[in-house]
Structure formats: C-alpha cells, structure tokens
Design a protein around this ligand. Structure first.
Ligand SMILES: Nc1ncnc2c1ncn2[C@@H]1O[C@H](COP(=O)(O)OP(=O)(O)OP(=O)(O)O)[C@@H](O)[C@H]1O
Ligand SMILES: [Mg+2]
Length: 296
C-alpha cells in the first residue's frame, strides 16, 4: 500500500469516527400539541451533516414559505418554542441539544444589533458576556470589523441607525464569528439586501467561512444563493414540512458573479426552480394534499 493511500485511509476513518456536526433523527415538531391550534410544522426529519476537519460544509435549506426552515435552524440553536422537538433527537457535535450554547452562533434576517451600542460594542457583546478583558475584546472586535469589510477607524464608533442594511449584516456576522462557533446558523441573512450587495455578502461569507472552518446551515428563498453557497442543498416541502431532496454540489471556489455564468450553475438552478415550483403547486393543491411530491 502506498503512503498516500495509507494517509487518505487514516483520514477517512478519522472523519467517520468524529461525531457529526449536526444530526437530526426522526425529528417532528408539533406546535400547540393537544390544542385546537395544533400544527405539525416538520415531520420525521432525518439528516446528518458531518464534521469535516479543517473544512466544514455549507448546507443550504431551500423551500417555500412555511415548510419549516426556521424551525429546523432554531431546533439546532436550541431556541424556544421550536426547542425541544416533539419527537426525535437533535444533536450537535455528538451531544443532544438542550438549549443555546457557545458551539453555535446565529445570524438572522432582521437587523438584530443593539440600537444603543456602537458597532464595536455590538461586535464584542458576546466576548463581554464571556468575561473577556476590555483590551482583548476590543482588539478582537476591531480585527473582525476589518475582516467583514467595514472600516475600523470610521465605522467602529457608529450606531446601527447610521449604517446601511449591508453594513448591519456585516456587523451581525462579525458579532457571531468573533465567538468562533463550530456551527453557524444563518436564517435568510441576506434576504433584505439588494441583489448586488447580496452577491458581495455571499463572497464575504465564503471568504470568512474558509478562515473559520465552521459548519454552516444557511436558510434562503433564493435558489441561486443556495446553489452558489451550498456544498449541499436540502430541499423542503410543506404540509407537513419535510426534506424531499438532498443534493451534493461543488464547493464555492470562485466569486459569486463568476460562478453564476457557468453552465453547471445554470443547469442546477433551473432544475431546482422546477422542483420548487412543483412543491409550491402541490402546497396550493385544492385537496390540500401535497404528499404526491415525493422524495427522490
Ligand atoms: N411558534 C409557533 N407557533 C405556532 N406555529 C408556528 C410557530 N412557528 C412557526 N409556526 C408554523 O410552523 C410552520 C413552519 O414555520 P417556519 O417559520 O419554520 O417556516 P419557514 O420555512 O421558515 O418559513 P419562511 O420561509 O416564511 O420563513 C409555519 O406554518 C408556521 O406558521
Ligand atoms: Mg423562516
């Protein structure tokens, strides 16, 4: 056996020995169970996202409104009322999720900065909670302000109302990544941005993701965004929310604008648009039965 095959064999067995970054086993979430408002948001959702050493993966979650994308993400985050699941298990890095934790960080669509804190104070908020000294957290905070493409000298002392939407999301990303979570949860983080800013933010995310080597779960309504960012795309359907496709894709390696002109990208985007249209049509079916959109 050559050295190369020995090394790759060892790496493969090491990877399989590590607990997955995120694992859902037969997870069902029923809101208002036992009441007149009972609603099955997701049903029997099972997937495994491996913890790839020195890399991490980006998994996109795509599907029509109400299919349970945020429910899945918030179950990983351990946030109520999505947490705990009604049935099944959610585990992160081999441990069942019992609530929020430092191993996970979340970026939301809404601009969630504290209005009365400057950019720097927003970015270092989590470090402050962890008891990191002022000197250390401000050095870290300024470094992250630069990494997300803001100007430390000009922007650090601004307040959120003095920032554009794109700048605010840069602050939100810095605030999450400064804490170095192993798993990053992003719920339509670029949904409110104009198309050009959105592409810039996708490029920024890929650059930072390579640096932090974290596992990313990324929820989006945009097929293009899901295909560009995703190493993998989970397609979800509604009523009840469930995963119907699990598609492997090339890792984002070129800027978003270059990738969008490539034939494989067009083919994949067209196929996924067709799939989503099928799911949406099924959701609007007069009988209300969308079960005929089957997993493949
Ligand atoms: N706290 C809650 N109580 C009751 N029902 C809820 C609650 N949160 C979500 N739901 C319902 O569960 C379903 C899934 O919601 P979820 O927010 O996960 O969907 P989504 O895929 O993120 O939708 P969108 O794309 O519009 O953000 C929806 O029908 C929603 O109305
Ligand atoms: Mg949502």
């Amino acid at each position: 056996m050559s050295d190369a095959s020995t090394v790759s064999g060892a790496a493969a067995s090491d990877a399989s020995a590590r607990p997955p970054a995120v694992e859902f086993r037969n997870v069902t979430k029923v809101y208002g169970e036992g009441t007149a408002r009972e609603y099955v948001a997701i049903s029997d959702v099972t997937f495994t996202i491996p913890d790839v050493v020195g890399h991490g993966e980006i998994s996109s979650f795509l599907g029509p409104s109400g299919c349970g994308k945020s429910t899945v993400l918030r179950l990983v985050a351990g946030l109520e009322p999505q947490h705990p699941p009604t049935r099944g298990t959610v585990a992160v890095l081999g441990r069942p999720v019992v609530g929020p934790g430092a191993d996970r960080g979340m970026v939301f669509q809404d601009y969630t900065s504290f209005d009365n804190r400057t950019v720097l104070d927003n970015v270092v908020f989590g470090l402050e909670c962890r008891g990191v000294s002022r000197r250390e957290r401000e050095a870290e905070g300024m470094a992250w302000i630069a990494k997300v493409g803001l100007d430390p000298r000009r922007d650090a002392t601004k307040y959120p109302h003095e920032l554009s939407g794109g700048m605010r999301q840069r602050v939100a990303i810095a605030r999450t990544l400064v804490l170095k979570p192993r798993v990053i949860l992003m719920d339509e983080p670029f949904g409110a941005l104009d198309p050009a800013t959105r592409l810039d933010m996708q490029d920024l995310l890929v650059t930072l993701w390579r640096e932090v080597e974290a596992t990313v779960l990324f929820v989006t309504h945009s097929v293009e965004e899901a295909v560009y960012l995703g190493d993998r795309v989970f397609v979800m359907a509604t009523t009840p929310g469930r995963i119907i496709d699990d598609i492997r894709l090339p890792t984002a390696s070129a800027p978003a604008r270059d990738t969008q002109s490539q034939p494989w990208f067009h083919d994949q985007v067209n196929a996924l648009h067709a799939r989503i249209e099928q799911v949406e049509a099924a959701a609007k079916h007069p009988t209300g039965d969308s079960r005929h959109v089957e997993a493949r």
